[in-house]
Design a protein around this ligand. Sequence first.
Ligand code: GTP
Ligand code: MG
Length: 239
Amino acid sequence: MKGRSSSTKMTRTDGSSTGKSKPLRIAVMGAAAVGKTCIVNRFMNDTFIEKHEATVEDFHQKQYKISKNDVQMMEIVDTTGSYQFPAMMRLSMTISHAFILVFSLDDRKSFEEVNRLRQEILEERRNKPTYIVIVANKSDVPESEREVCSITADIIATVEWGCDVYIETTAKHDVNITALFSDITKKHYLRENDQSDSTDSHRTDARGERRKSVPLTFINYKSNANLRKSKANTSCTIS
Ligand SMILES: Nc1nc2c(ncn2[C@@H]2O[C@H](COP(=O)(O)OP(=O)(O)OP(=O)(O)O)[C@@H](O)[C@H]2O)c(=O)[nH]1
Ligand SMILES: [Mg+2]
């Protein structure tokens, strides 16, 4: 693997106030080359790198401004897509609160990998609060190159798997990247400050089963209505 050595990247905004809540730890996981690093780089630095350079593990910090007077500290772990570091992955699963599980719309196997990771996370965390977002990246790729149907993936992720949110992104064209992180961060902040609404669905029940949920409405789901319409005649199979 042509990977970087394990590194720590610390990036802060210039906000001087501190958040009331504990740092939010987000782990970004998924198969190799699905765009995890590009998603994080787009969010942290508004940059996009064309060349794929395999990650071992990168750590980022950012203060996210919730409102005029409130900030939330975020700690983001950009994990490896390689299977070579299982202990590192387990640790990320143990210490993180939220998980961004990324697959690429032009890579069917990466969708299957997201399911494997999801199961491993739930097993690892058992009844601990766990917020899982499934990200379909590379939404800019042409229809002819897609191997995963977005509508089917959305239904599987939110209904069958009971994940908290499904969202399409393109790190390349910066679509839904900020919404992705701000959704997770705002919900965490509200939860920590005891203002969460009763529909919050990040927790597991006593049997360790996840409650089903509906994606948040403030996220731009790349105009789902149009997406559904435009894909009405497209055959999608994921099994
Ligand atoms: N078309 C397109 N390409 C993308 C997008 N995001 C990432 N890529 C490309 O996909 C390749 C892999 O991106 P990375 O972000 O390095 O992938 P990764 O998931 O971090 O890979 P590992 O670190 O090996 O696990 C690069 O060549 C990127 O330029 C996207 O939204 N659209
Ligand atoms: Mg990477």
